[in-house]
Design a protein around this ligand. Structure first.
Ligand SMILES: [Zn+2]
Length: 238
């Protein structure tokens, strides 16, 4: 039965066990290998990014400072490089670009709902994607979109957050501005004024009701489907 014997460190080879080189810690001597007629001593190392990691590094690469991580340092540097250089094509960059378009390009198809309503992007964010990214951080997931906390306020630090798309849709619907009887207010305020539950008004609009019908038809308790409305017009019971 073989017992595990630590491999003996050859004489005249400096013992590196327990030494730290950057993020690496040397666990054990591994072996000596000849490469192109030269002998290299290899050490078993672990990287602090993944304490369970095990790989071999040449002693001279450790001592010479050439190898100081499992490769994680280089990956992180690359990520920082992308970050610095704009991350074009990223979720955050797309969000930034679209936000500026909606607010500041009158030819954008949805300009009326943003720029046309006086929603703007603060100067710093408008000028600088890195400033936007610095203040907002990365989107927690691809499903997150930028949301303004005060729906009538600008895009700027303190008034924006990443929100899950579903939640955002819900808030947007409640904050949706509706013009009725010559006045414009958000859906939630209209619902209160006409004495309907906001979710009923939302559902009606989603089903294709006109704003006028959605706000003036009393709640029948059925909600009313588009199909029924198409055939019979809105219910007027109540
Ligand atoms: Zn590492």
């Amino acid at each position: 039965m073989a017992t595990e014997q630590p491999i003996r460190i050859p004489a005249r080879v400096e013992d590196l066990r327990g030494r730290h080189f950057g993020r690496l810690v040397v666990l054990a001597y591994a072996d000596v290998r000849a490469v192109s007629g030269r002998k290299y001593h290899y050490w078993l190392c672990s990287c602090s990014c993944t304490p369970a990691s095990r790989f071999l590094v040449r002693g001279e690469s450790l001592r010479g400072g050439n190898t100081t991580s499992c490769g994680c340092r280089k990956r992180e540097a690359q990520e920082r490089g992308n970050y610095k250089h704009g991350r074009t094509g990223s979720k955050e960059h797309h969000t930034w670009s679209q936000m500026r378009q909606r607010c500041h390009n009158p030819r954008h198809p949805r300009y009326a709902d943003w720029g046309g309503r006086g929603i703007f992007v603060c100067d710093e964010w408008r000028r600088s994607f890195p400033a936007f990214l610095r203040d907002m951080g990365e989107a927690p997931s691809p499903r997150h979109t930028i949301e303004r906390i005060d729906n009538d306020g600008p895009y700027r630090k303190g008034n924006c957050r990443w929100a899950p798309a579903e939640e955002q849709a819900r808030n947007t619907r409640k904050n949706r501005r509706l013009t009725f009887r010559g006045r414009t207010m958000i859906l939630a305020d209209w619902a209160r004024e006409v004495g309907l539950r906001p979710d009923i008004v939302e559902t009606r609009l989603r089903r294709g009701w006109s704003v006028e019908d959605a706000l003036s038809v009393p709640d029948s308790g059925f909600g009313g489907s588009r199909k029924m409305r198409g055939r019979n017009g809105p219910r007027t019971t109540g």
